[in-house]
Design a protein around this ligand. Structure first.
Ligand SMILES: Cc1cc2nc3c(=O)[nH]c(=O)nc-3n(C[C@H](O)[C@H](O)[C@H](O)COP(=O)(O)O)c2cc1C
Length: 291
């Protein structure tokens, strides 16, 4: 990657031209929307609601299916975009089918989404260390590109799940996906999301995400990609200090537009200069040394 600030999965991630725009706005790599083996329409509206401290979504993994989406990946590669394909399934065989097709289409790496809180089978899979290990091992065995496993914060001990991914052969882990949450409309006296619950993202979850990255970094040797509520370069540096080697940015685009990538990258560079650090690697995990 040309820099350590990536787009996270599911935000502007379904079309090649949009992903290209994100890359051209400065992201080091883009992660696609999570793709499954077949087309899927997701949950009925309403699926997204802004809450005072972030965003609540219950999209239900809508996507065109791997065969159609492979064309988007091919376009991205023709345009020279560094692309991580996010994949999901209900069982290991489905993950493998999607992984094989998207890596053949040219994806530079794969991110296993076993952490979506809005699709029961996928959310449950990521809470079971045995399943996380099995799916990671199956995908790793099927492709030559690097494989990252994306972890859910909706577990008691995230370090254990990270270790399972590492045992399965993951080249890295991404932490975190969204937190299960809900919102209620006092006029209709009903939950706002059609799916009742959704996943919370944005500034509200940053302290939780930092704690997760900290615990994961203490549990595994493989690189950690930090994600959750990053809005500014300061947020990104906090994640690096907790042990992330790279970060992902999603909901911040809603608050700050695509300029957020340049702001964060330039902010990190200025921080490195001001503090006299030779590079990002000198910052990664530094907070653990002082603990
Ligand atoms: C509208 C929306 C859709 C998302 N879709 C996906 C997805 O398809 N796959 C996935 O792994 N994560 C998905 N996520 C989770 C994000 O990739 C990210 O983990 C989470 O939003 C926390 O980061 P943020 O606070 O920077 O947005 C989605 C998030 C949002 C807000």
């Amino acid at each position: 990657m040309r820099n350590p600030v990536m787009l996270s999965a599911g935000i502007l991630g379904l079309s090649a031209p949009l992903l290209r725009r994100v890359y051209e706005s400065g992201a080091g790599a883009v992660v696609t929307k999570s793709i499954g083996s077949r087309p899927r329409s997701g949950h009925p509206n309403p699926t997204v609601v802004a809450v005072d401290c972030g965003l609540l979504n219950s999209m239900g993994l809508p996507n065109p299916g791997v065969d159609e989406f492979s064309e988007e990946v091919r376009s991205l590669k023709r345009w020279g975009v560094t692309v991580v394909a996010s994949i999901f399934g209900e069982e290991a065989e489905e993950y493998v089918e999607v992984a094989e097709k998207l890596s053949e289409a040219g994806a530079d790496a794969l991110e296993i989404n076993c952490s979506c809180p809005n699709v029961r089978e996928v959310g449950l899979l990521g809470q079971d260390p045995g399943m996380v290990e099995e799916v990671t091992r199956a995908v790793k065995g099927a492709v030559d590109v690097p494989v990252f496993t994306k972890l859910t914060p909706n577990v008691t001990r995230i370090g254990e799940v990270a270790r399972a991914a590492e045992r399965g052969g993951a080249d890295g882990v991404t932490a975190i996906n969204t937190l299960r949450a809900m919102a209620v409309d006092v006029e209709t006296c009903r939950p706002i999301l059609s799916n009742v619950t959704g996943g919370l993202s944005g500034p509200a979850i940053k302290p939780v995400a930092l704690r997760c990255v900290w615990e994961v970094a203490e549990s595994v040797e493989i690189p950690v990609i930090g994600c959750g509520g990053i809005l500014t370069w300061r947020d990104a540096v906090e994640f690096l200090l907790c042990g992330a080697s790279a970060v992902q940015v999603g909901t911040a685009i809603m608050y700050r537009g695509l300029g957020v990538f340049q702001e964060i990258i330039q902010g990190i560079e200025a921080y490195l200069r001001r503090k006299g650090f030779g590079g990002v690697e000198e910052v990664v995990g530094r907070a653990h040394g002082a603990a």
